[in-house]
Design a protein around this ligand. Structure first.
Ligand code: DC
Length: 237
């Protein structure tokens, strides 16, 4: 008998819609693995920028991908709220990938088909690794491209000023304050670029459940998603 594939949950949506916090809490609540696919694109952008590779240089990006060893480690005990640690080789790049230039860099490299295709296998392997009962993948195209046959798909949205306010507070808390207007402008550019690119543009899968996180607490969002997933897990038997 072949082993059953882990239960796959895709959480897509634009920047600041609450995907990271929601996905992390949902995964912890369900005992599922968590795959932050944005962190993977960010790590590629960081490696490219360190290597002096332009974000649209397909030939050099293509050559870079097999060289970049991206891996995740669980957050140290007590620091779970900060999420998993992200490594390139042995270097912890968790902070270095979360700067505003790397947000724009990740958005730029993620528009390159060579990069998207080169990262598909890694995303699928992380989600279906032996020992995973299930996995929550957070991204832009999980329900449309990475796992079109995911067991549950969510698309989180919120008004853009609410999303920018969240990012603004996050940067402030990290000691990297940026003017609100700059955060909003960067986010609008990313939204525009992520939604209008030719390959795997940001859009909800036809069978995704859209959840507006604007007027509700993230605890309520997690509850809503957990209820839906648990019902589907039970239905799968
Ligand atoms: O979720 P994030 O802000 O860490 O993502 C950074 C960028 O990576 C985002 O602007 C678009 C891109 N991305 C993508 O194209 N596909 C994904 N599955 C995840 C992220």
């Amino acid at each position: 008998m072949t082993a059953r594939r882990p239960f796959i949950v895709g959480v897509d949506g634009p920047a600041g819609a609450g995907k990271s916090t929601t996905s992390r809490r949902l995964a912890a609540r369900l005992g599922f693995a968590m795959v932050d696919t944005g962190a993977i694109y960010r790590a590629v952008a960081l490696a490219a920028s360190r290597g002096g590779i332009a974000f649209d240089d397909d030939a050099r990006l293509g050559a870079l991908l097999p060289e970049v060893r991206i891996r995740f480690e669980p957050a140290p005990p007590g620091a779970e709220a900060a999420g998993q640690r992200v490594f390139i080789g042995d270097e912890d790049v968790s902070q270095a990938i979360r700067t505003p230039p790397m947000s724009l860099g990740a958005s730029a490299v993620s528009a390159r088909p060579v990069v998207r295709a080169g990262l598909l296998d890694l995303q699928r392997r992380l989600a279906t690794a032996p020992g995973n009962r299930g996995a929550v993948l957070e991204g832009r195209d999980i329900g449309t491209v990475v796992f079109p046959d995911a067991d549950a798909k969510f698309f989180l949205i919120a008004p853009d000023e609410v999303r920018a306010r969240r990012r603004f507070l996050e940067l402030q808390a990290k000691g990297d304050p940026q003017p609100f207007e700059a955060v909003l402008a960067d986010q609008r550019k990313r939204d525009r670029d992520d939604s209008s690119r030719d390959v795997a543009p940001l859009r909800a899968a036809d069978d995704a459940v859209t959840v507006d996180t604007g007027g509700v607490s993230l605890d309520e969002v997690v509850e809503r998603l957990a209820r839906e997933v648990l019902a589907r897990v039970a239905a799968r038997g």
